[in-house]
Design a protein around this ligand. Structure first.
Ligand SMILES: Cc1cc2nc3c(=O)[nH]c(=O)nc-3n(C[C@H](O)[C@H](O)[C@H](O)COP(=O)(O)OP(=O)(O)OC[C@H]3O[C@@H](n4cnc5c(N)ncnc54)[C@H](O)[C@@H]3O)c2cc1C
Length: 405
């Protein structure tokens, strides 16, 4: 049942696998390292060429199910494809399925006005431009979004945005044209009505990229992560998303699908890691034995398969629940996957690194960078503890409600 999919999805998957073999793996390092020197934040010319090929083969916007610009798949079906493209960190940008653009496109589709869609969504769907999502701030514990302090103040027919953000993924890209900024528009409102989200063009006066941030030393070109200041940036009132005080509503709508896409991709990374772990173990001899004949290593392989199946199943269940019941009703399933998958995948990557010895830590293999990526997701999109807390709340309420008075 779990790998059942409609014929069209199966055909897309076959085509995607062939594209990965022919175009992604051979070009992976070139795509991930970016141009040398000051051009680091420009995409390598190869990216546009591969994007054009992906579009021509119908492998474009595979996540998109709102209209003719995408594949129109359910979350469940997309899981199978996302796993394939997740096998390489270089692939999502080639298929226009990368974070944070996917989440931002979903926001614009769900909450944008027709004018906002025309200005920002249309060029995102064709990858003419890139975008970023600026919520987290260095000055406050941002896992609690009610803490966000950036000010969004109304001034006539404009809003004035003032604050400092960091870890804004995508903002280093020289194609990044717009930020979705979260900030307080009414500090006196009840805490879940105090925040708004507003579209801020990256070239608006007062927007300054202060510095790039690295993850375990990886700069992640061409998207990167930035620290940004917004110094009394004036944007027209039409740039407000959904309405003043509706930032939380949007944040909840955004993070569900985004979180689950990370999980889907990570399963692909773990499959690839387990594959090369086995291949390496079968090709190396130490102390008179092939590594793949050693009991300790065989245990690691068997255990990895068990854990990987668990990761896939919780992700498929979350995707199924989103399709069947909607993102909000599926929040517990999404939280389970968001907590479980990065941790399992990180452990499998770590084992693959260990079995490769020094090579596992080098730039010659995808393992070290992939490990850094999975480590980030135990914090990004909300730390594990926050999701466990939400699950505990739901679990206790469920059981306590059942106790007779
Ligand atoms: C590579 C990367 C990319 C990112 N991309 C983006 C982006 O594009 N846009 C954006 O806005 N943000 C982004 N982030 C930021 C990320 O979402 C935040 O770092 C995260 O939400 C945590 O916020 P914080 O760093 O302020 O940690 P804090 O809120 O200070 O939390 C620190 C720690 O406190 C603990 N903690 C918090 N709450 C609880 C609790 N209830 N129970 C127990 N322990 C708890 C956890 O261990 C947590 O890790 C990114 C982060 C990274 C590393």
């Amino acid at each position: 049942m779990f790998d059942e999919m409609p014929e069209r999805t199966r055909a897309l998957k076959d085509r995607l696998e062939a594209f990965m073999e022919a175009e992604i793996y051979p070009n992976e390092r070139a795509l991930l390292e970016g141009p040398a020197g000051p051009g680091l934040w420009s995409p390598v010319p190869l990216l546009a060429k591969l994007q054009a090929k992906a579009r021509a083969q119908g492998l474009w916007n595979l996540f998109w199910n709102h209209g003719p610009e995408g594949a129109g798949l359910s979350n469940y079906d997309y899981t199978h494809l996302c796993e394939v493209l997740g096998r390489s960190l270089a692939a999502p940008s080639v298929f226009n399925c990368n974070a944070p653009d996917v989440g931002n496109m979903e926001i614009l589709a769900a909450y944008g006005t027709e004018a906002q869609k025309k200005t920002w969504l249309a060029p995102l769907l064709t990858a003419e431009i890139r975008s970023c999502f600026a919520m987290t701030e260095p000055g406050v514990a941002s896992s609690d979004a009610t803490n966000i302090e950036t000010e969004i103040r109304r001034d006539g027919d404009h809003y004035v945005v003032t604050g400092r953000k960091w870890w804004t993924t995508g903002a280093m890209s020289d194609q990044c044209r717009v930020a979705i900024v979260m900030g307080k528009s009414d500090p006196s409102a009840p805490k879940h009505r105090a925040q708004s989200m507003i579209l801020v063009p990256m070239d608006a006066p007062g927007v300054t990229i202060e510095r790039p941030l690295t993850v375990y030393g990886y700069a992640h070109p061409p998207l990167g992560h930035a620290e940004i200041t917004f110094d009394a940036v004036r944007v027209p009132t039409e740039n407000m998303l959904l309405g003043e005080g509706r930032g939380f509503e949007i944040a909840q709508g955004r993070l569900g699908p985004g979180r689950i896409h990370h999980c889907m991709r990570f399963i692909g990374l773990a499959e690839r890691a387990l594959q090369i772990l086995c291949q390496r173990a079968a090709s190396r001899t130490a102390f008179g034995s092939r590594l793949s004949d050693m009991g300790g290593i065989r245990q690691v392989i068997g255990q990895s398969r068990c854990e990987l199946e668990q990761a896939r199943l919780v992700t498929l269940k979350a995707a199924w629940a989103m399709d069947r019941h909607g993102n909000k009703a599926a929040r517990n399933e999404i939280a389970v996957a968001k907590i479980a998958v990065p941790s399992i995948v990180g452990t499998i990557l770590d084992r693959a690194i260990q079995v490769h010895g020094g090579a596992g830590l080098s730039q010659d293999l995808f393992l070290a960078e992939a490990f850094a990526e999975t480590r980030f997701l135990r914090i990004g999109d909300g730390p594990d503890e926050v999701h466990r807390e939400a699950l505990a709340r739901a679990e206790i309420a469920r059981h306590v409600a059942k106790v007779p008075a």
